[in-house]
Design a protein around this ligand. Structure first.
Ligand code: SIN
Length: 318
């Protein structure tokens, strides 16, 4: 039987970050160390890989605050192609923590995954006294190798999160991610995966699978913005965006979907002029319960940033 391989795609982030001083966990530059160097610096990697060949590719090298549609498209195309390769057991993506949840949701939305695609990251740079990246990489590989793993997941600080629920909840803590009230998919403990519930199944994933082939060049992606309802919200931002040619708007509503009256009027005008308007909620837990006054469409269970991804993809696929 031919040797299986795990492909590690590097995109940058703090996991690949470097500071001038080893004790500096905040004054560093993300995306400095190549994915090849990262892997070669992880003791015990070969043992955890259990005979699988580790192949690495540098898809991008950036701070994920600067993530862009070109990198997303490259990642999606590469993942889709790797999913077809019978010698590939799964994919690990090293990524910054800041926009990891958006990339995870984007990939889950477009790549048909019968194998695991595991995003991992770090809160401390590679140059730190005690970096968290090496353990996260080991844990991500353990998840890729688990026979029940499938679909897009995030692994950090020993916790396995699903692509829909994962979000960065803490700006500094090493255990920065949360799956909210849904809870994690599982944990990795001393290299062993323990699922909290049924592992994700291939059929649960990729709501818009197949779209990967239709992704246009980045400059042709539809312009979609997020506006927020709150005290003193006005029509001005929405009116200006519509005037400037925005194609879609996600509104982060208060509570169970309520909107400031002035903002709502502006959004109704935007909708009437052909702009797609989708409502999400500022609340980070629970689901918005839709009443009978459904004014705008919704993507149940999606945060504003993930709803923006889905709206862009809907506009691309339309
Ligand atoms: C980034 O998102 O690239 C920087 C921050 C991090 O990875 O923690």
């Amino acid at each position: 039987m031919s040797v299986k391989k795990i492909v590690v795609l590097g995109t940058g982030g703090t996991i690949a970050g470097k500071a001038a001083r080893a004790g500096d966990n905040v004054g560093y530059k993300a995306g400095e160390v190549s994915v090849g160097e990262l892997l070669s610096g992880v003791p015990g990697l070969e043992n955890v890989a259990k005979g699988c060949e580790l192949q690495c590719e540098q898809v991008a090298q950036l701070d994920s605050k600067d993530m862009n549609f070109g990198v997303w498209r490259d990642l999606a195309l590469r993942c889709a192609s790797l999913m077809q390769d019978v010698s590939v057991q799964g994919v690990v993506i090293t990524h910054g923590t800041d926009t990891l949840e958006e990339t995870a949701w984007f990939l889950q939305s477009v790549v048909r995954t019968t194998k695991p695609i595991v995003l991992t990251s770090a809160m401390r740079p590679a140059s730190a006294l005690t970096p968290d990246g090496p353990q996260n990489l080991l844990d991500a590989i353990a998840v890729v190798l688990h026979p029940q793993s499938a679909g897009v997941m995030a692994v950090a600080a020993g916790v396995i999160h699903g692509a829909q629920s994962v979000h960065k909840a803490f700006p500094y803590r090493v255990d920065a991610f949360s799956s909210g009230e849904i809870g994690p998919l599982g944990w990795v403990e001393e290299g062993e995966v323990r699922w909290a519930r049924t592992a994700p199944q291939p059929d649960d994933v990729a709501p818009q699978a197949g779209l990967v082939a239709q992704l246009p060049p980045p400059e042709q992606w539809p312009w979609v913005e997020i506006v927020v309802s709150g005290a003193g919200a006005s029509a001005r931002a929405v009116d200006a965006l519509v005037h400037a040619g925005v194609r879609g708007l996600v509104v982060a509503a208060t509570g169970n979907g309520s909107l400031h009256v002035e903002l709502k009027e502006a959004l109704m005008r935007a909708k009437a002029s052909g702009v797609r308007v989708v409502k999400s909620t500022r609340c980070s837990q629970g689901h918005r319960i839709v009443g009978d006054t459904g004014d705008f469409a919704t993507y149940p269970g999606l945060s504003p940033v993930k709803a923006r991804v889905s709206l862009m993809l809907d506009l691309i696929g339309a």
